[in-house]
Design a protein around this ligand. Structure first.
Ligand code: THU
Length: 136
């Protein structure tokens, strides 16, 4: 799977976004170390706080299918005009990534399109993060 292919799957996932309150639609595609892909979208709620981000949807789908080793995730987000923004993961999603990913090697691809994207490691977006190792 190439970076561009992963972004394409995130764009597809974004089409399923349920965002009637923010009108901000996000799609993500998470790749396991063995090359399997799990996509996700944001799922909002009238009570607001139960809202789940696209990234966490992808992680929870994967973990609930028995996957726990991840290589990278691609994220695309933007409003209903179809114009994509660089949509960097929220703090809660970064914390979920800390639970399952190696901060120095896990890659976060923040994309506007298959041609325009930035790549970060989790360590770059979550410096000095708290994770499972802290409890050992
Ligand atoms: N959202 C995501 O799904 N991922 C992000 O990285 C940022 C925000 C969602 C949550 C909410 O449904 C909407 O975007 C506006 O915050």
């Amino acid at each position: 799977m190439t970076e561009k292919e992963l972004i394409k799957l995130a764009v597809e996932a974004r089409k399923k976004s349920y965002a009637p309150y923010s009108h901000f639609h996000v799609g993500a595609c998470l790749e396991t170390k063995t090359g399997k892909c799990f996509s996700g979208c944001n799922v909002e709620n009238a009570a607001f706080t139960p809202t789940n981000c696209a990234e966490r949807t992808a992680f929870f789908k994967a973990v609930s299918e028995g996957e726990k080793k991840f290589k990278r995730i691609a994220i695309v987000g933007g409003g209903e005009d179809g114009e994509m923004q660089f949509c960097s993961p929220c703090g809660v999603c970064r914390q979920v990534m800390m639970e399952f990913c190696e901060p120095e090697s896990f890659q976060i691809i923040v994309a506007k399109s298959e041609a325009e994207y930035k790549v970060f490691t989790l360590a770059e977006l979550m410096p000095e993060g708290f994770g499972p190792d802290n409890l050992n």
